[in-house]
Every structure is written in C-alpha cells, then in structure tokens.
Design a protein around this ligand. Structure first.
Ligand SMILES: NC(=O)c1ccc[n+]([C@@H]2O[C@H](COP(=O)([O-])OP(=O)(O)OC[C@H]3O[C@@H](n4cnc5c(N)ncnc54)[C@H](O)[C@@H]3O)[C@@H](O)[C@H]2O)c1
Length: 434
C-alpha cells in the first residue's frame, strides 16, 4: 500500500520505518527542512534502539522516502497517518491542536481516490469530527474517512513495540475504512488483538490508558514515601504487588516522578477535557499536582545532603526522561536540575544518549562530562536521575577514588544498597530507610 506519514518525530519516524519494513511504500513528510535533509542524507534525527538498521535497509530498498512536500507524500496515498505533535497549551494545559488542524487543512488539497486519514497523534475526544469537517471544507468532493489509530509505543522500544503491539485499536465509524486497516495490518492478524471501536472510544482509550499509567507511578511513589517512614522496602513491596496478575509488575518502579512528552501533557489534557464535559477527575488531578511537587522534593533531598558544602561539585547521571531514549522533553531530570541550579553552579552531567538534547535546554549552566567517571571527578555527591542500564554496574571502587566526598543519592534505585554502603558510601535511595 502507499502510505503518507505527516510528522517525522518519535512516533512518525519509527512507524514509517516499520510500515516500510512490512513492504509498504512509505513517504514521510515534515515541515522542518533540516530534519528531512538529514534523513535524506542517511542520518537519523532521533535515537531509538534498532531503528538505524531498518531505516537504512528500507531507504536502500526504495520503500522509504522523506520530503517536505505534502503534495508529494499525499497524492496517490491509500492511507495518510497524522503523527504531528499535540503539545500542551501553555495556559490552559489543553492539547494544542493547531498543528494537527493545519496538517489536515494542507493534506486535504491533495487527496485523490479513496483515502483513509488516520490520526496517530494523541487527540481529545471529538477531534476526528473536527478533522473530518476541515477536510470536507477544503475538498468537498474528496472520498475519504477519518479514523483514530492511537499509538501506544514506548520511546526507547518503538521498533520492538511496532512489531509486537499489545493491541491495535482502530476507531472508525466506516466499514470501508476498517477494510483498508485490515489490509494494512494483515501481517499482525492472529498475532495481536484488534479492537474495532467507535472513533470517540478510540480517542478516549489513549488518554484513559496514559492517565492510568501515570496514576500507577504516582501510587507507587506514595507507597515509597510510606515505606521510608514505616521501615519497609519499596522494592520488596512492589515485587510483592506486581506478582499479583490483577496488578501486574509494570510501572511499579518508585522514582522521582513521571515525565516525558506524553504523561504530563496527556494527564493535563484528560483533566481539562473532562472539566469541559462537567466531570471532575479527582484521581488524575491529584496525580498531576503531586507529581509536580515530587520533583521539587527530590531536589531538596539532594540539597539537604550537601548543606555543609553547598559549593561542592554535584555529579548528575541521567538526563533523558527515562532510559533508552535521548528525549529530554518534560524529563524529571531536567526539573530536578533546574532546582539544583538555584543552589549550585558546580554541576557536571552525563547521559549516554541525551547530551545534545539536554544542552539545548541547559546551555552553559552545567559542565558536560564525557563519561560517568569524568562527571564524578572531585564530586561531593553523585545523583542518579535516569534509569540507564549502564548505571547499574558502576565501578564503585574507581568512583570512590575520584570523588571528594562519598555521597550517592539514587533516585531510580539502580544500585545495590548493601554493596554501595560496603564500598564506603553514604547512600540514599527511594522508598527504604537506606
Ligand atoms: N513520543 C511518544 O512516545 C508518543 C507515544 C504515543 C503517542 N504520541 C503522540 O504522537 C504525537 C506525535 O508525538 P511525537 O513525540 O512523535 O512528536 P514530535 O514532536 O517528535 O514530532 C512531531 C513532528 O511533526 C512535525 N509537524 C508538525 N506539523 C507538521 C505539518 N503540518 N506538516 C508536517 N510535519 C509537521 C514536526 O515538525 C515534528 O517533527 C503526539 O500527539 C503524541 O502525544 C507520542
């Protein structure tokens, strides 16, 4: 099939590569010229495990191309996937739909033959109706359907998740569009569950899922606070809870609060959307407020540890919002760093993949270390903010030799508390009286 993908970001690019790998002819369009130039020069514009190999293979095979021209991508396409950003509105915190509406208006000019317009972007309930109206206004004669095709990939695992989805949700009010989707997703038939639902239900499923996961993280963080006072160990408690199949073991890692480009914006958008319908989502609203507070509280824990030597160097490991990605958008690490910077101008940072993106946000306020050990050199305190696997196996002996004082604040519970203490560190982590 011929597929156009509008928006070549963390969703659009892996999806385009995945659909090309399945044998489709995919053309990805983005309005940022530099992105398209880089991709056409064979350079990836974001980090995702396993993306590079499939990207190169499919470009070489002639199944995957990149352009800034909406016309080039959309003319003749059987399916147009909308994967543009829906960031939070700075004041109202609602999903800002200007990019998706602009893309719909533009693509509508180039529709020819029957086309399915599928929204992969996360959009409030009812946005499909709006897109339909926009397209019809621009091209009254066009033969098209608008469906909701929410994306559930996890950054860092986008390629894995594309080929092994838990489920594929299709929100369509037209059986003709469903037939096209069945054809597109035929390789997944019998391998994953398909949910054929109303378009509005599909739009709601995405927000309801993300808000639930955010609440699950908030819940385990509250339990961690409790365990710290009650003398229990949150790692043991989470394991005990997670082995119950009704609860499940995912999203039970206590930490500095959730972040990333999805959970903060989607919980806010969900709460605002519900208010418009006259419904108060108290659980979600509390989650949002408490998650914001948590990041400041985490920074305070670090500051308390260096109050005797406030100018001592702080070594920060981890900047991305989670391990496995270079994405720093709404990263808890960034929020905690901003708090730390109010107290210290002696901070060195290191992240395996996110240094470039972090530099765009932090500028010259911090020192950028080439590895863990350069960051720790002469440091007073070591703070772990992102759960990169390589931080699990730090050479503690070497780090002890490099640091001036021997304090570790591990906000991701990456290290073995007993081993760290035995190595002579003052160690604190989350959810246990370490
Ligand atoms: N990132 C994730 O893990 C994830 C997961 C599930 C769903 N989503 C949702 O998917 C959507 C996209 O997220 P993302 O992280 O890929 O965003 P992103 O910011 O990484 O990428 C969006 C891209 O769209 C481009 N764009 C915007 N308007 C355009 C237009 N008119 N024409 C062409 N290109 C245009 C931008 O230049 C940008 O490159 C959002 O709604 C998000 O909530 C994201």
């Amino acid at each position: 099939m011929k597929i156009a993908i509008i928006g070549t970001g963390y969703v659009g690019l892996p999806t385009g590569v995945g659909l090309a790998e399945l044998g489709n002819e995919v053309c990805c369009v983005d309005k940022i010229k530099e992105k398209i130039s880089a991709l056409n020069a064979g350079e990836l514009t974001l980090y995702e495990d396993g993306l590079e190999e499939l990207f190169k293979k499919n470009v070489k095979a002639g199944r995957l191309s990149f352009t800034t021209s909406m016309a080039k991508a959309v003319i003749g396409a059987d399916v147009v996937l909308l994967a543009v950003g829906t960031p939070p509105h700075p004041e109202t915190k609602e999903a800002d739909l200007q990019y998706i509406y602009a893309a719909a208006k533009e693509l509508a000019q180039y529709l020819d033959g029957y086309t399915v317009i599928a929204t992969k972007s996360t959009v409030p309930v009812g946005t499909g109706d709006e897109i339909e109206e926009i397209v019809r206004k621009v091209s009254p004669q066009a033969d098209f359907d608008v469906i909701s095709l929410p994306e559930f990939l996890r950054e860092g695992f986008a390629i894995h998740d594309f080929f092994h989805p838990d489920r594929i949700v299709v929100g369509a009010n037209s059986s003709k569009a469903c037939e096209v989707m069945k054809q597109l997703y035929a390789p997944f038939e019998g391998k994953t569950e398909f949910l054929w639902v109303k378009r509005r239900s599909s739009e709601a499923i995405k927000y309801a899922s993300n808000a639930f996961l955010a609440m699950k993280i908030h819940y385990i963080n509250e339990m961690a606070n409790f365990c710290e006072k009650a003398g229990a160990d949150i790692n043991e408690v989470a394991k005990g809870m997670g082995t119950d199949s009704r609860i499940g073991n995912k999203f039970l890692n206590a930490g500095p609060g959730y972040g990333g480009s999805c959970f903060p914006k989607d919980t806010n958008a969900m709460a605002q959307m519900a208010r418009k319908y006259g419904v108060r989502l108290n659980l979600i609203e509390t989650t949002i407020a408490k998650n914001d507070e948590r990041k400041a509280e985490m920074a305070e824990r670090v500051i308390a540890k260096i109050k005797n030597n406030p100018q001592g160097k702080i070594a920060v490991l981890g900047l991305a919002f989670k391990g496995g990605t270079d994405d720093c958008r709404e990263s808890p690490a960034m929020d905690i760093l901003k708090e730390l910077l109010k107290h210290s101008n002696n901070i060195a940072v290191y992240d395996p993949k996110a240094m470039q993106n972090a530099e765009k946000l932090l500028g010259n306020q911090v020192m950028y270390a080439k590895d863990v050990y350069e960051a720790c050199d002469e440091a007073e305190i070591l703070v772990i903010l992102t759960e990169w696997e390589e931080f699990r196996n730090l050479d503690l002996h070497r780090i002890r030799g490099l640091m001036k004082a021997h304090k570790i604040v591990d906000l991701r519970n990456m290290l073995n508390a007993d081993a760290v203490k035995k190595s002579g560190f003052d160690y604190s982590c989350i959810g246990m009286n370490s």
